[in-house]
Design a binder for this molecule. Structure first.
Ligand SMILES: Cc1ncc(COP(=O)(O)O)c(C=O)c1O
Length: 379
């Protein structure tokens, strides 16, 4: 294990602060390191592996497609791309889709679309937001540490205080192209946008005629106990961005829009070489098939409640919905590394916050295993 860690330091650009474990194999909710040690995975590649590692049906579908056709240019039609768009129409209620390869690219696409169709330039984002690392997505990402070294970024962007309607009213104007919102902020430590705030956003939308972008890169595909988190609010956004769980680890992202938006988009406004290739689209279709067959959206809600109840019985208040869970502890990095030694993978979003975004196939016995370890370590 140590030789891989040492080699990485020699040859990999140091963008990541990694934990000292080298994973080799996954099966369901479990990961195995190169020395054969087993870990319960409560991170799932950060909300990506919702159907669990090495799902047999997923592997079969992807294998079959690999044998047939992996990639052709978007200059030609392919069946899986159209089938995926059709399926997403059913799941999101939006009308037209574009596919890319990651969350940040989905956000880039959404921002470009918003500027193009509104003819306006300004974006509103929320404090503590995270939308990605490319220049556009970074411009609407809150943390100054991420943004500062790369300025000038796109502008104007105004950040509004989280769940503060009066601040939103101050910053909105008729130059605003769009507001971009994570319905439940993930990277900030799992914080939900309130219903009142969302109601105000949709009220003000009428007055200023801006677009509402929901960044569902992390919350999509059943994570919060609904197919998409917008369903918790009773308001449908104009644009949805998606990625992460969409392809169960095969890189695929997407942007969904209404008909009114798509009517104002022209050829060459945007594009991608790999985006929406047959392999990625089949990976996404297979993911959706497994989520539907195994009723994983319901399981997300059920297991999320079970974890919250267990944590509450330990005196810990857990935020979030479904299997998107955040809670605070005095030393999150310390807790994380002790859990890792005990064979449970968790994630920390700050010095004090632990985030759990496990596979949606999680079962009670697995939750009990994790809770037992938490009790042993102490929170
Ligand atoms: C809400 C949200 N948007 C965008 C991104 C960026 O996605 P990616 O890392 O696939 O570029 C993330 C990643 O964590 C995210 O949580």
């Amino acid at each position: 294990m140590q030789d891989i860690i040492d080699k990485e330091r020699e040859i990999y650009i140091p963008f990541f602060k990694r934990l000292s474990v080298v994973f080799e194999r996954g099966d369901g909710c479990w990961l195995f390191d190169v020395e054969g040690k087993k870990y319960l995975d409560l991170v799932a590649g950060i909300a990506c592996i919702s159907i669990g590692h090495s799902h047999p049906l997923f592997i079969e579908r992807v294998y079959e497609q690999m044998r047939k056709l992996i990639h052709v240019s978007n200059l030609y039609y392919t069946k899986p791309q159209i089938e995926l768009a059709e399926k997403l129409k059913e799941l999101t209620g939006l009308s037209k889709f574009f596919f890319c390869n990651s969350g940040t690219e989905a956000v880039e696409g959404a921002l470009k679309i918003a500027r193009k169709v509104s003819g306006k330039r300004k974006f509103i984002a929320l404090e503590n937001s995270f939308h990605g690392r490319t220049m556009g997505a970074l411009s609407v990402t809150w943390k100054e540490k991420f943004r500062k070294p790369f300025e000038p970024l796109i502008s104007p962007v105004d950040f509004c205080r989280f769940n503060d309607v009066s601040d939103l009213k101050k910053k909105l104007d008729d130059k605003t192209a769009a507001i971009i919102i994570e319905p439940i902020q993930g990277e900030s430590g799992v914080h939900e946008v309130s219903r009142e705030y969302m109601d105000a956003v949709f009220d003000l939308k009428e007055k200023y005629e801006f677009l509402v972008i929901f960044d569902e890169v992390q919350t999509g595909f059943g994570r919060t106990g609904r197919w998409f988190a917008y369903e918790h609010y009773g308001h449908k956004p104009d644009i949805i961005t998606m990625a992460k769980a969409m392809g169960s680890g095969i890189p695929v992202g997407g942007v969904g829009v209404t008909d009114e938006i798509s009517d104002r988009i022209e050829v060459s406004d945007h594009g991608s070489t790999f985006g929406g290739n047959p392999l990625a689209c089949v990976a996404s279709l297979a993911t959706i098939e497994v989520i539907e067959r195994e009723k994983l959206v319901d399981n997300s809600e059920k297991m999320g409640k079970y974890i919250r109840d267990q944590l509450e019985s330990m005196g810990v208040y857990a935020r979030g919905k479904g299997l998107m869970i955040g809670f605070d502890t005095s030393d999150a990095p310390g807790f994380l590394s002790k859990m890792l030694s005990e064979g449970v993978v968790v994630n920390n979003t700050s010095e004090k916050t632990i985030r759990l975004v496990p596979p949606l196939i999680l079962e009670r016995e697995e939750v009990d295993f994790a809770i037992e370890k938490m009790k042993k370590i102490g929170l």
